[in-house]
Design a protein. Structure first.
Length: 613
């Protein structure tokens, strides 16, 4: 079989070459128009993938395909996803496209470098408009808006919005406080808000122009000599050419089917390899004694997924019951969780963790392609719902003594992750939403989706991309000018969490009454540095001391430079101590060089060596 297939392909190529002249291609090259279920007719120079022969299209830049909904879609180079085709005008060589997420400006930035363009004038395709350039800003989601700012809804998340502002406009009066510059979109042909939904693209006139064929009711084709026209079906070509066309098309379809079968077999082998890899890992993992459940077990535990607790980045969480007294949270993983590597990493990471202040994994499910993680159920949900309620509505159970106990528990959990496991675990997403509370309000660190494992001897790691949640990410994660990424990055996030516990509010508040209160950590430092008390939800005499202690520890943790921050072991000692820690120097200084940097390194005995990721 291996020797016969190349011979047949060679025979096919020779036959095709011998019939390449227009006189011989009349029947073979008819290529009638095709269409998707809900799309326009597709004909030369475009090719609808899977519904025509290769010679029916000009080249790969003109290939279209049908999506799962039956719409026609166009894929462009360097574009993250295809665009939906609304219509094709072959006489004017233009094609209308739209994006389901209304994100065309972001997808078609710098389009003039592509085979398509925003052609306005038939004489001067690229110089018929003054290009518009935009700068992107990433801002916390707080309802801000301005007529000069265009919100890009297709890239928003639960944590932030992205706005586009004209690059040559004055931004001093725009509500961009606490926003970060996040790239740019250049060379747009019109205002960005007028092209969010649909635009018309023109393909290069130097490419095949079939207008002279379509104007005479003929079809357009191409060979070595260039473009030529042929008559549609029903002309005067002979029976022999029809037979040749049928034979060639049938043979080509046979080759396509053979290739498809090989691809299918290869995919099955790869999927089986992934399954075997997971099974092998799970067999080796049985010694650690997490329970393995079948998919039927998961359905029984969740009562057919009756009660939904929430939606995460990689799946949906349901409430389950192992017995009348033992409840669990079951996280069903979706297909975006990966092909097996991430599942193994999640199970192995959580299997290493056994600490009172870290959420416990009860078991897992790996039944075919259905995968789930089973955790202990924590009735009081996350710390976030108790501290972000306003100054007058804070839950009465969360007294300052309880807040102190929660802070100490979280610090001990982080210390365990950094030093108590066989491998150092860096969480990279410490925030109130990921601190869960049990019935007795004992804190447990959860959500290890962004965690990294490294050897205990490694003091720093290199990262190819920032990870974490805006407002809690350490500066060195964004820019190595501040230092190396290390366990001190978790210390920074913990410091921001402490200050939000003290203030009962987000650290960045664009609705604050004055600029000094807009960034809460700066306000706390200025207040304490003047010797003033923090009058925040103070109810009893001892509350002043606890609030001040938590605030000072938080300020120690959020220094811009990792060498200035204490290790988590020192943080635990400060929280356990009876005395209030001394005030740190200003954590928001903007320079670090010379002897000052050396002294900071000596202060906490820190020597950060960068380890490859």
């Amino acid at each position: 079989m291996r020797s016969s297939v190349p011979s047949l392909v060679l025979l096919f190529l020779c036959f095709a070459h011998g019939t390449a002249h227009p006189a011989h291609l009349a029947e073979k090259d008819r290529c009638p128009p095709k269409s998707c279920r809900h799309g326009p007719l597709v004909q030369f120079p475009f090719l609808l993938e899977g519904k025509g022969q290769p010679h029916c299209g000009y080249n790969r830049d003109f290939h279209l395909s049908c999506d799962e909904r039956g719409h026609t879609q166009l894929s462009l180079p360097d574009t993250p996803r295809p665009l939906v085709v609304t219509d094709i005008d072959y006489n004017n060589t233009s094609i209308g496209v739209r994006d389901r997420d209304s994100c065309i400006p972001l997808l078609l930035a710098n389009l003039n470098h592509s085979i398509f363009s925003y052609e306005r004038s038939r004489r001067s395709p690229y110089r018929s408009y003054p290009p518009y350039n935009y700068t992107l800003f990433q801002c916390p989601r707080d309802g801000r808006s301005d007529s000069s700012m265009t919100r890009l809804g297709c890239v928003k998340t639960s944590e932030y919005d992205v706005f586009a502002v004209q690059s040559d406009s004055y931004v001093g009066d725009l509500p961009l406080v606490s926003c970060m510059r996040n790239g740019s979109i250049d060379l747009l042909p019109m205002m960005i808000d007028s092209m969010m939904d649909e635009v018309r693209l023109f393909w290069d006139k130097k490419k095949p122009d079939c207008g002279r064929c379509t104007n005479h009711g003929k079809w357009c084709r191409q060979n070595e000599s260039g473009i030529f026209c042929i008559n549609p079906p029903g002309g005067h070509e002979g029976k022999r050419n029809l037979e040749i066309t049928g034979g060639v098309v049938g043979f080509f379809l046979f080759l396509v089917g053979l290739s498809g079968l090989g691809y299918f077999i290869n995919e099955k082998r790869r999927d089986k390899a992934f399954q075997l890899k997971i099974e092998s890992f799970l067999q080796d993992y049985e010694a650690l004694k997490p329970t393995r459940y079948s998919y039927n077990d998961i359905k029984r535990i969740t009562n057919d997924f009756e009660e939904k607790l929430g939606q995460g980045a990689y799946g949906t969480v349901y409430k389950g019951k192992l017995s009348d007294e033992i409840f669990v949270a079951v996280k069903m993983l979706d297909n975006s969780f990966g092909n097996g590597e991430e599942f193994i990493n999640e199970v192995s990471t959580m299997g290493r963790i056994h600490h009172v202040n870290v959420v416990r994994m009860v078991g897992f499910c790996a039944d075919g392609f259905r995968r789930a993680l089973v955790y202990e159920f924590l009735a009081n949900e996350s710390l976030e719902k108790f501290i972000f309620q306003g100054e007058d509505t804070l839950d009465p159970f969360l007294s300052w003594e309880r807040l102190h106990d929660i802070a100490l528990g979280v610090a001990k959990g982080i210390e365990y992750l950094h030093q108590g496991c066989d491998h150092k675990i860096l969480h990279f997403d410490i925030k109130p939403h990921n601190i869960l509370l049990d019935n007795n309000f004992n804190p447990k660190i959860a959500d290890f989706g962004l965690a990294k494992l490294c050897s205990k001897e490694q003091s720093a790691v290199s990262m190819t991309a920032a990870r974490g949640t805006m407002g809690y990410i350490a500066p060195e994660v964004f820019s190595r000018n501040f230092g190396s990424v290390s366990s001190k990055s978790d210390v920074y996030s913990f410091g921001m969490l402490l200050l939000e516990m003290v203030g009962g509010r987000k650290n960045v508040d664009v609705n604050a009454k004055n600029m000094s209160q807009m960034y809460f950590p700066q306000w706390v430092y200025n207040h304490l540095n003047k010797g003033e008390e923090l009058e925040i939800r103070i109810r009893e005499d001892g509350d002043h001391n606890i609030a001040k202690k938590l605030a000072i520890v938080g300020l120690w943790c959020i220094h811009w430079y990792p060498a200035d921050r204490p290790p988590v072991k020192a943080v635990v000692q400060m929280l356990e101590g009876d005395e209030c820690p001394v005030m740190p120097k200003n954590p928001f200084v903007s320079s670090s060089s010379g002897d000052a940097a050396i002294m900071r390194g000596r202060l906490w005995n820190t020597d950060l060596e960068v380890i490859a990721e």
